[in-house]
Design a protein around this ligand. Structure first.
Ligand code: GDP
Ligand code: ZN
Length: 460
């Protein structure tokens, strides 16, 4: 996949019926193929109204063809976009005819992400931008769309590149003095190397904070909702979602909750796992769902234990305690746990939103305390509260930023009085730089590159 130069073809729009469907072809030299398809010269960058015919000369579709000559195209190669009528059978026929007539040029069906991969390999976009295309398409909220658009326009890459540039300058400075070891301290002071390093570290730290927000926007938050039957888990989910997404029933234990619901709170995607579904079962489909729930609990960002202080019911107490300890054991380290009392409307005396133990009081029924709960949720998962300027980011980016920060920490230690080693100082700077370079794709091993693009859909 990494090196082939053959022309590729794929349906660029979603499968299914629609007004139009777009088929995209990219390759080093597409004019002969265009000629074979339409028997006509195409004007570049203009909509050409043409008829595609089958082998018998019968019309398959009248379509708009737009031809982009290399390198001024998305992939950097010649690109031919065919805007056809959007019927699945029709598009199938168009594809087949293209493959027939493109056979001499070696036309093949594109692999997932291959168009974006070519754009990347031809330096039209960097890796973070290529990822942003996929994230833009997969965005789960309006804020995520805007964040991905910013990354695609290069906001994230620019920050990374300017950090790399500053580290490079510092390295050049250090490496040019490596031959004069007796002047190390003097050099560090004259060059203000420590100050410059601190400035780079501050910028990196701001970038990491932004990327954490960006990861929340992209992937959302895994929120586990646990508690005894009938405490109001489904009602709370409905209330948070602002619509009827879960099924509420007044009979304990008979709740047929859906296992997972996705909602947004203040624009932040939340994937909520209602643990009502977690029970022993002989139903295979249900068992599969439960297995997935436990996996999700293992990756949770926050747990809410909901309780009903108005209830004197104790029958389920041991089971629920058992489930609670099972959940606590399955959670990832440092996952915050929030206890919430529901049904505050039944408690008689006016209740303040939070007691001295920081337990929240809410009513899923009246909506009391829900706003405070939402704020608490956003606070506990580390959401900064503002979507202004946030870019989307992936786990991969966070890992690279974390490793870069570690290397900068290390390099700082090699600049500390009593422990100075300019050689190691420079080496750690280089390692930090490598990590940052992996975000935009420089210095990324080929197998990793292939893995990233193979997660794209076909046609991207
Ligand atoms: P779950 O089993 O934990 O999902 O509980 P449900 O959401 O199905 O609710 C169980 C019962 O408690 C239903 O009759 C709800 O109407 C009721 N309920 C839920 N929340 C509240 C609340 O805040 N106040 C009152 N008074 N009733 C509630
Ligand atoms: Zn329920």
């Amino acid at each position: 996949m990494m090196t082939r130069k053959l022309p590729i073809i794929a349906l660029a729009t979603a499968p299914g019926k629609a007004g139009i469907g777009v088929i995209r072809i990219s390759g080093p030299q597409l004019l002969p193929m265009a000629k074979a398809l339409f028997n006509k010269a195409l004007t570049p960058r203009q909509a050409n109204l043409l008829t595609l015919r089958d082998a018998q000369g019968e019309s398959i579709d009248q379509l708009l063809a737009i031809y982009f000559a290399a390198p001024a195209s998305f992939t950097g190669e010649d690109v031919l976009e065919l805007q056809c009528h959007g019927g699945p059978q029709l598009l199938e026929l168009v594809m087949k005819r293209c493959l027939e007539l493109g056979k001499d040029q070696g036309l093949v069906i594109a692999e997932p992400g291959e168009f974006s991969l070519r754009a990347y390999l031809n330096n039209k976009i960097d890796l973070a931008q290529a990822e942003a295309i996929a994230d833009l398409i997969d965005a789960q909220s309006a804020a995520a769309v805007r964040g991905a658009a910013r990354s695609l326009q290069g906001a994230f890459s620019n920050d990374i590149n300017s950090l790399i540039e500053e580290i490079t300058q510092l390295r050049i400075l250090v490496e040019s003095t490596l031959d004069f070891p007796e002047e190390e301290i003097e050099f560090l002071e004259n060059a203000q190397a420590r100050e410059r390093l601190s400035a780079v570290m501050r910028k990196l730290s701001a970038l990491r904070e932004g990327a954490k927000q960006g990861k929340i926007l992209r992937d959302g938050i895994q929120l586990v909702l646990a508690g005894a039957p009938n405490v109001g888990k489904s009602s709370l989910l409905n209330r948070l979602a602002g619509e009827e997404v879960a099924i509420v029933t007044p009979i304990a234990g008979t709740t047929r909750d859906r296992v997972k619901e996705s909602i947004t709170i203040s624009g932040v995607p939340m994937h909520i796992i209602d643990t009502a579904g977690l029970r022993a079962t002989s139903d295979l489909v249900e068992a599969k769902g439960i297995e997935r729930s436990w996996e999700a609990i293992g990756a949770a960002d926050l747990v809410i234990f909901l309780q009903d202080p108005s209830s004197s019911e104790t029958t389920a107490a041991t089971e629920i305690l058992e489930l609670k300890s099972q959940i606590l054991k399955a959670l990832p380290p440092k996952c915050p746990v929030l206890e919430v009392n529901n049904k505050s409307d039944l408690l008689g005396n006016p209740i303040s939103a939070q007691d001295e133990n920081q337990t929240l009081f809410i009513s899923a029924k009246t909506g009391q305390g829900i706003e405070a709960l939402k704020q608490k949720i956003l606070e506990l998962v580390g959401w900064g509260g503002s979507q202004d300027g946030v870019i989307v980011a992936r786990r991969r980016h966070l890992d690279c930023l974390d490793r870069a920060a570690k290397h900068l920490d290390q390099s700082q230690q090699f600049a500390a009085n009593g422990n100075i080693s300019l050689e190691l100082f420079a080496e750690e700077l280089r390692l930090a730089q490598d990590q940052l370079g992996q975000i935009t794709g420089k210095l990324l091993p080929d197998d990793l590159l292939g893995k990233i693009f193979s997660q794209f859909c076909i046609g991207k």
